[in-house]
Structure formats: C-alpha cells, structure tokens
Design a protein around this ligand. Structure first.
Ligand SMILES: Nc1nc2c(c(=O)[nH]1)N[C@H]1C(S)=C(S)[C@@H](COP(=O)(O)O)O[C@H]1N2
Ligand SMILES: [Mo]
Length: 319
C-alpha cells in the first residue's frame, strides 16, 4: 500500500514515443519474457498469473499507487456493472454477452496526420502490454479494485500523431441496436461518448484496457477495448470503444448531454464536493460491508493534481 515517488513504471518519454521502439515491440516483448527487457515495457515486476491468457511477457506493474490493495473478487466484479447499452440495472452481464467483439475495429480520426482504422488484434500487437491494479470509483458511491491488462493511452496518442492544434480526445462506443436494444431508447444520446484533454490522455495513469484478471476482457467490462482513468468518476471510463477522435473543441459526453449539472466534463474524484443528490465522502467497496472514506483524486493526486493546478476552487473540476 506504500507508494514511493520514483518508481520503475515512470516510463521514459522517449521509450513511449520512439518510432524505432514501436517497430520493435514484438522483439521487446520477447526480451521481457526472457527477463532482460522488463524495464523497457514500463517496469514489469511480478509475473502475470499462471493462468493468464496473455503472453507471459506481460508483467504486473508493481509501482502504481494502490498496486497492492486487495483485489475485488472477479465473481463480484463481473456481475455488478454499469453498461447502459444492455440495461440500466447492475445485472447486465448476461445481456452483454450479445456484444459482437470479433471482428472489431478502432477508427482514429479528426485532427491527426492520417486517419486510420485498425483491427483490435493489430493494435494490441503494436502496444506495450502491461497489467496494472487500479482503483475504480463510481460516481454512485461504490468502488472496486481490478487488475486490468492493457497499455498506456499515451502510446496510442503517439501512434495517432495528432496535429499540434488538437486539444481534446473524444471516445465513442459502438452503436448497434441489434446487439444492444437499449440503444433504441430515443431519449438517451446514443452512442455513449466521453471526452478528455490531450494533457489528461498523455498522463501516465490513463490506460486503455483489453483484459482483466489475466483474461481477455469480459464483454460486460466493455470488451474489447475500454478506457480507465482511475482518478475520475467511473462514467468517464468508457467501454467498448470503436472510435477515437482528436479535435480542437470539447464535445459533450453522453452523461453531460443527459444531465450536465450532475455529470460534468472534468469529473475528478473529490470527497468534499457532493453530488447534487448525495455525499461523495465515502464509498462502498464491492464485496465489503463497511463504507470507507473516499480519497481526493481517488488516491492518485500525486500523479494528476498538477494537471488541475489553479482549478481547485472551480466546482466544475469535481463533478
Ligand atoms: N459504453 C459505456 N461505458 C461505460 C458505461 C456505460 O453505461 N456504457 N458506464 C460507466 C460507468 S457509470 C461505470 S461506473 C463503469 C463501470 O465499469 P464496470 O462495469 O467494468 O465496473 O463503466 C463506465 N463506462
Ligand atoms: Mo459509474
């Protein structure tokens, strides 16, 4: 539970963006498996679980804050979800199995040097995979701790080569009323979208997730590609991403469109700023009886607070 400031996961900027390393990622992974290149993929320290469906080269990054917090049991986590495309209750794990994840492509467009559509498997083969244990705090007041497998969002940003004028990154979920009948509801602004700044997208903590618990991502977790921003309320961590668009202007997200007074753009976790209808001071970890105090930035302030310097007094930073 201790966090030390200088950690091996603090990847060298050059390593994250260097073209030559992108080309040699497969070799890098082989090197890591042999125990020689672990530092190069961001501090692989512990071996992935033996039953992992991922390459053994994918190690667990030990240095992230809260990396040794007890993990929420998979059985609890995978049956208590928010995925409105499949219903507004927490019990959508069965319904979500209708999601078709193969084939799946991701389109990267907007203010980029070249728009591309890339197959999810190709994308995964080009990105530096890693396991990270992250806390997740839903705006509704429950939380979980989950071992994600994925890659830094900043590596995808580097691959996308956004134009210098791009300031925002918008994420969009699939839209398919056949597999997700809830998307027929005309009063909801489908498809689900989210938006963050380029600065946030290139923060070390921002992660694109393709797996959890050593397995390819369960459909209810937002297969095959979902975001995780552990310092923000959970709704920012959009599931089943099919498009990422770089732009100069902020776009309204699904929740902001529905109720901007309750679910804003920044949505950084702050126990002292209540939701208009409830306190955010405490949270209920899934699988535990007692509520526990909620932490500023969900406990990741050291990594992210600098991005919001001077904005602390603005209520919009926190909801
Ligand atoms: N596409 C999509 N992404 C989404 C949601 C959703 O309804 N649809 N719900 C969000 C909310 S409110 C939370 S708390 C998390 C829940 O993630 P989990 O089910 O993996 O715990 O997903 C977020 N991403
Ligand atoms: Mo949430």
């Amino acid at each position: 539970m201790h966090y030390h400031r200088r950690e091996s996961w603090m990847m060298n900027e050059n390593q994250a963006t260097d073209e030559h390393l992108f080309v040699n990622r497969r070799q890098l992974m082989v090197g890591a498996a042999a125990g020689v290149g672990a530092g190069l993929i961001g501090g692989a320290a512990l071996a992935a679980p033996a039953e992992s469906q991922f390459s053994p080269a994918i190690g667990r990054a030990s240095g992230f804050p809260h990396a040794s917090t007890p993990i929420t049991p998979e059985a609890i986590n995978s049956t208590y979800n928010n995925f409105y495309e499949f219903g507004s209750s927490k019990s959508i794990s069965q319904e979500a199995q209708a999601l078709k994840t193969d084939p799946w492509t991701l389109t990267i467009d907007g203010d980029v040097e070249q728009e591309i559509t890339i197959d999810i498997d190709t994308l995964m083969s080009r990105m530096p995979m890693q396991e990270r244990v992250y806390r997740h705090r839903c705006v509704e007041g429950w939380s979980m701790v989950i071992p994600w497998v994925g890659f830094p969002l900043k590596d995808l940003v580097a691959m996308a080569a956004p134009l210098s004028k791009a300031r925002y990154v918008r994420f969009e979920t699939f839209y398919d009323t056949e597999t997700a009948p809830e998307q027929k509801a005309s009063w909801l602004p489908w498809p689900y979208t989210e938006s963050i700044t380029i600065n946030e997208a290139t923060n070390d903590l921002a992660m694109l997730v393709v797996g959890a618990y050593g397995k390819v991502l369960h459909k209810q977790f937002g297969a095959p590609l979902r975001l995780h921003l552990p310092w923000k309320y959970g709704f920012k961590s959009i599931k089943s991403i099919s498009r990422i668009t770089f732009g100069t202007a902020r776009s309204k997200s699904f929740w902001e469109e529905l109720n901007g007074n309750e679910y804003g753009f920044w949505a950084n976790v702050n126990p002292e700023v209540p939701h208009p209808r409830w306190s955010q001071a405490t949270e209920k970890p899934l699988g535990q009886d007692e509520r526990v105090p909620t932490a500023l930035f969900n406990g990741y302030g050291e990594q992210v607070a600098g991005m919001y310097a001077g904005m602390e007094g603005d209520r919009a930073t926190w909801f």
